[in-house]
Design a protein around this ligand. Sequence first.
Ligand SMILES: Cc1cc2nc3c(=O)[nH]c(=O)nc-3n(C[C@H](O)[C@H](O)[C@H](O)COP(=O)(O)OP(=O)(O)OC[C@H]3O[C@@H](n4cnc5c(N)ncnc54)[C@H](O)[C@@H]3O)c2cc1C
Length: 529
Amino acid sequence: MTSYDAVVIGSGPNGLVAANHLAGAGWSVLVLEAQPDLGGAVRSANDVHPDFVHDTFSAFYPLAAASPTLRSFHLEDHGLRWTHAPAVLGHPLPDGQWALLDRDRELTASWFEVQQRGDGEAWLELCRQWDAIGEHLVRGLLTPFPPVRAGLGGLLNLRRAGGLHFVQTLLTPVIDLARNRFKGEAPRALLAGNAGHTDIPLDAPGSGLMALMLSMLGQTVGFPVPEGGAGMLTQALARRLLSLGGEVRCSSPVEHIGISGGRARTVHTTTGQVVTARRAVVATVAAPSLYDDLLSPADVPDRVRRGMRAFQLDPSTVKVDWALSGSVPWQSPPARTPGTLHIADGVADMTVALGQVAAGLVPARPFMLAGQMTTTDPTRSPTGTESMWAYTHVPQQTRGDAGDEGLSGAWDHNDLERFADRMQARFEKLAPGFGSRIIERRILGPAELERRDANLIGGAINGGTSQLHQELVFRPVPGLGRAETGIQGLYLGSASAHPGGGVHGAAGMNAARAALAHTRWRRVTGRRT
Ligand SMILES: Cc1cc2nc3c(=O)[nH]c(=O)nc-3n(C[C@H](O)[C@H](O)[C@H](O)COP(=O)(O)OP(=O)(O)OC[C@H]3O[C@@H](n4cnc5c(N)ncnc54)[C@H](O)[C@@H]3O)c2cc1C
């Protein structure tokens, strides 16, 4: 048996952030990771084609670039280099025009203005309002709940942003927000597409805030990617951790957390390791895994058990990776090539697709997020080629196929191939000849995603729905929106905890801070448990 001050379960961004913070405070820290490679949903490899680097899961990192925690780690000193696409984000529209977002807001506005008079100035007005309050909002979301300091800063600046009118804007569903402010389809599609990075319905509160936050971050920090592949970000976190004396042990799936005297004390792996945690266990696993699998039922507090009955996963996912022999042959090329793409024939098309998923149907015309990775980072594949991906959401439980192929939702080989063809057809329409450039295609369905990262239960990518009823103080169960689990010395630090999915490390940081604070408190009060 070995013993550490803290055992962190999971080496995704949240686990590595928690481990770094605890090791930085002088604690001995061991990270136990189930997979043979560290990084969680922030990994890359040349497993689609030997000459191409593909990000296995996540790819673009505005939240990491904006995260006070990740910034404070100075990962550039540990080998991380950020790189940007020529344009941040693009949404090709059926009439051949593009909704484009550039890091230069004046340029973004000028593109909107050309398509619809007045939309350029309306965009700049929205940017000015965000300027007054946006940084406080982002900080507020990425710090423990309640965000006292960021909240105060936000309140002091609220008048400059337009007072309660702007609060109302933030609470307005993205469809209405976009319609109220803009006449053209381009800014509307761009905002709605950014809301579509979560599973918040486009006509529900919360979608407007998400749309604004991602759009505005796109213009302040961009949607950067780590040079060389997503995995370079988690590798840099791991190198920093090792430099602080921390350890990472891969191929070590945790199967049980031992509780005695009401306190988490031991961590047991399927490989027979038993590790003692002297001060804390930080679990960066999905909430259902922690409470249903890793803990004995008798150890789960009643309040948590009751809350978990209503816990809701986010939808499932199908992701396709392509190695392309050339760049995407857009029929109507954009003014500047974007890294991130939203694929839907406008807001109405997107709404229908997301509605079908919510109704349990495989979408007939899937709304896709996609990435042109070599465009963004030329190191990803040989000059002139493109490392490309797209993903879309499908129901966790399928009731039928809104398309005409009768896909079953079993996501076996047949379902996956035919659905990938459906996704690919959307590109073929916008970029005739897309198919002829494919050297290799890989499809990751719900089971393949979960096999590569157990946190992606049934292909859910955000550790639980991002809808308002499971955010803030409701994440993952009604409580304080904090990392505490109701069991002493055990903290939940994954995307299932506040503030949810995305690569920002905030949930891991919240858990590490809570562990340090409790240890200080025990020392002051002289408590031994
Ligand atoms: C396809 C996809 C695309 C995405 N795109 C983006 C994007 O572009 N930008 C963005 O910001 N976010 C994106 N996300 C979301 C983001 O990647 C996640 O929210 C983030 O990685 C969550 O971090 P985490 O540390 O909580 O969990 P994870 O990154 O999932 O890491 C959890 C780790 O815990 C390990 N683990 C689980 N159970 C055990 C166990 N019992 N024992 C030991 N180890 C265990 C897993 O193997 C994994 O390594 C995407 C996610 C997916 C899946």
